[in-house]
Design a protein around this ligand. Sequence first.
Ligand SMILES: [Mg+2]
Length: 398
Amino acid sequence: MKITAVEAAVLVWPPMDPPFWMSLLPVNRPHELVVRVQTDEGITGIGHSDQAGSIFRIGAHGEPRLANAARIIPDVIEPLLASEDPLEVEWHWQRIFGLTYRHHWNAEGWSRSSMLSALAAVDMALWDIRAKAAGLPVYQLLGGTDPKVPMYVAGGYYREGKGIDELVAECRQYREHGYSALKVRIGGMSLDEDVERVRAIRDAVGPDMKLMLDANEAYDSEMAIRASELYRDSDIYWFEEPVAWYEGNAGMKRVADAIDIPVAGGEQAATHWEAEEMARTAGISFMEFDCMRTGGPTEWLRVSEACKRLGVEMAPHHGAHIHAHLVSAASNGAIIEAFPDPAMYSSEDQLEHVRWDRKRELFSNHPEVRDGFMWLSEEPGWGIELDEDVMGRLEVTE
Ligand SMILES: [Mg+2]
């Protein structure tokens, strides 16, 4: 089999309205780099990356325009892969990764993170081809047997005018819709206010729901240790990114050693080297490496292997429909992160503002979410198909 084309599309959604917040940052404008790898045997591999920095910019009239890095696929990666065997996935990964420390790439002025995002999408597309050629879903190709992957819902974001009543109503709905694990934000308000929010959520969802906290690096280590004492009686399953960026793995370790809530992190790790270093030195119990932001499934599998040796479980950030395959197949795969399905909530709902998983509309098929699990299909590959109408509506072409 030979690669005949590597096509890229940059998609940009309208701005969030109203905007909503993680602990420290507003949620940015949704965008996606979509890659299709065509072959001479009629198999098409699909990949996409959801944190593809600097591939678009906003023009003078608020319209999205392509930025320099949008040229990575047609100018560099397609010529590299043309006429190559798509099944040599690791070899292609090495060749593309190698561009991040070569002259040519630097000469274009593209960021390293742009290259790693493009690599993520291309690598994902090659895994799609590999699994389709074998006639298996990716999780089965990797040795997995369980199509049912535990999932938590990410919610409880900050928004102007959203008080405890609205927050509690939101979290109750998740429980009513069958979710059995929920992650909410902390660190965006005073500690007293956040503790009150978390206690109200625990009271609302009852004792059986797993409850995780994500501070998005809003505390220093001393405050994170003090905060965990106050959150403790809310029965917290994990405490995610408890420590500000500047304290690094040593700060995380200080917190992990001092508290009895498991610590999670790693969604920002750029490579398997960085993720392994964190797993080895930061005292984390859950690794959240995101293969759709950087590196692709090939890199995720390396992270997973390293974490297995270190006794750390895999709980990848975002990209549930892809990470579900990897978590299903990994013996240390724990849980995936999902966002509420917009189709389940009315526009009057308090959940309107969390509809940022609007990227779901990109696919004409999506794995079923039921009873707190994602149910993978028997479709070969990742089991996803692009909705061409949506692609046409959102693609930025100049
Ligand atoms: Mg997080």
